[in-house]
Design a protein around this ligand. Structure first.
Ligand SMILES: *[C@@H]1O[C@H](CO)[C@@H](O)[C@H](O)[C@H]1NC(C)=O
Length: 199
C-alpha cells in the first residue's frame, strides 16, 4: 500500500515542479508598439482604438490603466473578426517564435468569454459588460469604459519550457465580409513587449 501512494506523491511533486507560472512585465509606458514586420495595410493600436482618453502609468513594476477607448477601426458591424496572438522571444538580437500562440476565427463571439487570456488581462475590466457584448471591435464609435486596473499578464501552468528574458506578444486582427467572401484591406497589428519572469 505504501509504495503506490509514495509513487503518487512523488509524481504529484514532479508535476508541480514542472508546471510553472510566469509573468510578463511591460516596461514601455505606451504598452503598444507597431509591428516590426507589419503586414501590408495593417495599422497599430491607434487604428483600432482612439486612445486619447486612456492613461497608462508605470506603478512599481506594473502598468496601471485608467479611462476609455473608442473603436475607430473602419470595418462593418457585420464583419467577422479573426484574432491571433503569438509570443515571440528575443534570442541573440533576433525575434524567434515560441510554442505559445492563440487564434480565433470569431473574436467577437469570445471577446468577453471568461476563459480567454484577453478576458483575464483586459476585457474583464470593461464596465457594463453585458451591454457591451453586442458591440464588438467591429462597431466603430463604441466607447469601452474601464474600471481602473493593473496589467497582470500571467501565463499559468507552463510545462516543458522555460521563459526567461525579453518577449513580445504580436497581436493581429483581421475583418472579413463573409457574404462577399472578402477580407477588409485594413487590418490591425500591434506588439506588446516586456520581460518574462518566473513567479
Ligand atoms: C470615461 O468615460 C466616462 C463615461 O463616459 C467618463 O465619465 C470618464 O470621465 C471618462 N474617463 C476619461 C479618463 O476620459
Amino acid at each position: 500500500m505504501l509504495l503506490p501512494s509514495l509513487l503518487l506523491l512523488t509524481l504529484r511533486m514532479v508535476c508541480q515542479v514542472l508546471a510553472v507560472d510566469y509573468e510578463m512585465l511591460i516596461d514601455d509606458p505606451d504598452v503598444f508598439a507597431d509591428c516590426l514586420e507589419n503586414p501590408p495595410g495593417a495599422k497599430g493600436a491607434s487604428g483600432l482604438f482612439n486612445l486619447d482618453e486612456l492613461t497608462f502609468t508605470l506603478n512599481g513594476d506594473k502598468i496601471h490603466v485608467e479611462g476609455n477607448v473608442t473603436t475607430v477601426w473602419d470595418v462593418e458591424p457585420t464583419d467577422r473578426i479573426t484574432a491571433s496572438a503569438r509570443l515571440m522571444q528575443l534570442d541573440r538580437g533576433i525575434w524567434q517564435p515560441t510554442v505559445f500562440s492563440i487564434a480565433t476565427q470569431d473574436f467577437c463571439a469570445l471577446m468577453y468569454d471568461k476563459d480567454q487570456y484577453w478576458f483575464k488581462y483586459w476585457t474583464r475590466y470593461v464596465e457594463d459588460m453585458d451591454a457591451m457584448k453586442s458591440k464588438c471591435v467591429n462597431h466603430k464609435g463604441t466607447k469601452l469604459v474601464h474600471s481602473p486596473f493593473d496589467i497582470n499578464m500571467v501565463l499559468s501552468n507552463v510545462r516543458g519550457t522555460t521563459l526567461h528574458g525579453r518577449y513580445k506578444i504580436v497581436v493581429t486582427l483581421e475583418a472579413f465580409d463573409d457574404e462577399k467572401n472578402v477580407k477588409r484591406p485594413e487590418s490591425i497589428c500591434m506588439e506588446i513587449i516586456g520581460d518574462c519572469e518566473r513567479l
